[in-house]
Design a protein around this ligand. Sequence first.
Ligand SMILES: Nc1ncnc2c1ncn2[C@@H]1O[C@H](COP(=O)(O)OP(=O)(O)O)[C@@H](O)[C@H]1O
Ligand SMILES: [Mg+2]
Length: 326
Amino acid sequence: MTMQTGETAALTVSRLTKTFDVSAPWLNRVVERKPRQLLQAVDDVSFSVPAGGCLAIVGESGCGKSTVARLVTGLYRPSAGDLNFANGRDGKTLRAQMIFQDPYASLNPRWSVKNIIAEPLRELKLRTGAAEITERVEELLRIVGLSPSDGEKYPHEFSGGQRQRISIARALASEPEFLVCDEPTSALDVSVQAQVLNLMRELQDRLGLTYLFISHDMSVVHHMSDRVAVMYLGRIVEEGDTEEIFARPLHPYTQLLLQTIPNVRTPNRDREPANGEVPSPLNPPSGCTFHPRCPLATARCSSEAPQIRTSSSGARIACHMVDVEE
Ligand SMILES: Nc1ncnc2c1ncn2[C@@H]1O[C@H](COP(=O)(O)OP(=O)(O)O)[C@@H](O)[C@H]1O
Ligand SMILES: [Mg+2]
């Protein structure tokens, strides 16, 4: 559906849905006569990630990006829909690893860096014997631009960017072919961000990795991805080749996101998108959920949800106001 001919998909996701039960406790519901409350965080989402490529998922906070990441890595079970991983180089189902936004929270502060990186090696029995493990840990530290002596230190002795390098080394220790990166550089300063992103690109080429890359930042997405899926309130509203989306964004939401790319000359300008914010998924707007913020909205947009359509060029878009050559 989203594939170019000749490409194989590392991951195909079909009609993925995740509903959270956010009801008050049973007794409160009975006493206060409140109904059960369900929150649709991901709603009928389909995409595929080309092997060796990078698909970015972009959208403002609360759009369901992290929930997709957690579904893909198996941290959550889908409420509906399917996830299909291709077979990896060893003939078994591809192994996916996740890199989180906050490396401090994902690294055990009481363990030395060497032990943190060695854990997956021991767990998966990828290396046995102290000498082999040490050798591999040192190699992984070098791969991410740290020095072998850093293995003796603890996470708090490093800067944010270095800590993210440690989490990357740890993720690579299990020899994954697929990495799910959830806002991996959002907590870092801009200059450090660029260094870590460049490292991730270099590793992708060198190790033949496939990335599902999640970000709220269009400039990061432009730098990293071959394809982009734009999410709004749990749904994909537009998906296509990165260059195409940046040159000709079709969906009004994609256009809104592009307006928020910071201008280098006015870096301190408020970067929050105009026209209000993402509504609560507990009480989503009728019809097209973007209609209250959309400059093009008509009566039809507030009553009828647009279906996602695929154009002859392979782009997908869900908007009543955009003509799609099918
Ligand atoms: N474990 C959970 N339980 C209940 N609601 C959740 C849970 N995880 C996420 N949500 C809700 O789902 C929506 C999407 O969240 P999330 O996937 O974290 O979005 P994003 O990563 O794009 O900011 C939000 O409204 C959030 O509050
Ligand atoms: Mg998130």
